[in-house]
Design a binder for this molecule. Structure first.
Ligand code: AHR
Length: 339
């Protein structure tokens, strides 16, 4: 359990509360006096809680959904001034610079989605010295020192990847050759997904890994890496685990261009659950999609409020996610998909 009592945070909440009280008082609005209620808009700008969001920025549909959801949730109407700082070309230094400027400018709290898992100790210690709490969004840090942040909010990468492996073992009992399309080296979720997947597949002797390579979360790289590995294995690949949807959609293209039928000759499973992937599952081109739910802005908002109020939080808050294992399940889900 974690105790996060920050003087700054309590002052931020108190001043917002006092301000709200004073606005009500000066607004009149008594039921007996019959005075017209003052409008808060005209009285004073309410004190907003400032949130520094050190974000990843443009990366794919999952990231777009996650970061838009965060910005929509931490709105001024909700009492927040969210300062969005996307990385420059996924560069960690640009994130560290943004993080540092948030600490120096004295924001009330920082949300961090790290482009790289390692290299955050100095920044996190600087925030700690300034009594600015940090909440990790999606991505973890390596080594995982839970004393350096309040909590991490994310779906469970290990379990999400395990669900892919467990489905494959059940769906293809004969096994065969498989490849893994990984996210970028050094990103924490990639290691967690490998850990979860291998915790099942490493004991399945009927499966043989004939290739594993990063395709950097991208469709074009997912296609080119799959092309290369299909050629290297003379098309003798029965299963592809793509660690995100975009890479899996690229794998579909490569499988088709090799003259093979996705979903029949080669089955492809992905993680994220974005619309394009669920549609590809409905079309029979993907065979399994494990959702990695990006829409947890409300959970983050609750964690921020509790943190600034000095409440204890667990070091990890799990975001629930589901799976889709058939075209029928995908078709049923499509009308309600929000990302
Ligand atoms: O950290 C989450 C991963 O980052 C998603 O699975 C991927 O699509 C995104 O780029």
């Amino acid at each position: 359990m974690r105790v996060t009592t920050t003087v700054r945070g309590l002052l931020a909440l108190a001043s917002a509360g006092l301000l709200a009280l004073s606005l009500t008082a000066c607004g009149g609005g008594s039921t007996t006096g019959g005075t017209s209620a003052g409008t808060t808009e005209g009285s004073a700008a309410a004190t907003l809680t400032t949130v520094g969001f050190v974000a990843v920025g443009p990366e794919g549909d999952w990231r777009k959904a996650n970061e838009q959801n965060m910005q929509d949730t931490f709105s001024k109407d909700a009492g927040f001034d969210l300062k969005y700082a996307p990385a420059t070309n996924l560069d960690q230094k640009s994130q560290i610079d943004a993080f540092t400027s948030f600490v120096d400018s004295g924001v009330d709290i920082i949300l961090l989605s790290a482009t790289e898992g390692s290299g955050w100790e100095d920044s996190l210690k600087k925030a700690q010295e300034a009594e600015i709490p940090v909440i990790l969004i999606d991505r973890g840090i390596e080594p995982d020192d839970t004393s350096l942040y309040v909590t991490r909010i994310a779906p469970n990468n290990v379990n999400v990847a395990k669900s892919v492996a467990e489905w494959a073992v059940k769906d293809m009992p004969k096994g065969g050759n498989y490849i893994v399309l990984e996210g970028p080296a050094g990103v924490g979720v990639v290691n967690e997904r490998n850990q979860g997947f291998d915790s099942v597949f490493s004991s399945q002797s009927q499966w043989k890994k004939v290739g594993a390579q990063t395709a950097n979360w991208k469709t074009d790289e997912g296609k080119s890496v799959t092309e290369t590995l299909l050629k290297a294995n003379k098309n003798d690949i029965q299963f592809i685990f793509a660690q995100n949807d975009e890479m899996g959609l690229g794998a579909i293209q490569a499988v088709q261009e090799a003259g093979l039928t996705p979903g029949k000759d080669v089955k492809i499973a992905t993680i994220d659950g974005t619309k394009n992937a669920v549609q590809a599952l409905a079309d029979g081109k993907l065979s399994f999609v494990a959702e990695y739910n990006p829409l947890f802005g409300e959970t983050a908002l609750d964690a921020v409020k509790k943190t600034l109020a000095g409440e204890k939080l667990d070091s990890y808050i799990e975001v629930p996610s589901t799976t889709f294992d058939s075209p029928e399940a995908a078709k049923a889900a499509l009308p309600n998909r929000k990302y």
